[in-house]
Design a protein around this ligand. Structure first.
Ligand code: SF4
Length: 59
């Protein structure tokens, strides 16, 4: 997988940024179309955040 330069994964993992700080979070980058490694597994920070947000908005 090629890392997109917009991907904030390293900063997200370090807790410096939130997934929502990423420009393409939930738009270009989704669990179905992961751009960075954080969106790949269920345990990935962005994937978890995406799911949480979807549930929160649906709630
Ligand atoms: S995995 Fe996706 S949403 Fe998360 S920082 Fe990388 S590009 Fe952004």
């Amino acid at each position: 997988m090629r890392e997109n330069k917009a991907c904030q994964c390293p900063a997200v993992i370090r807790g410096v940024k939130k997934p929502t700080d990423c420009e393409i979070f939930g738009t270009v980058c989704t669990p179905r179309n992961p751009i960075g490694s954080c969106m790949v597994s269920d345990e990935g920070a962005c994937a978890a955040y995406y799911r949480y947000r979807r549930y929160a908005e649906a709630g």
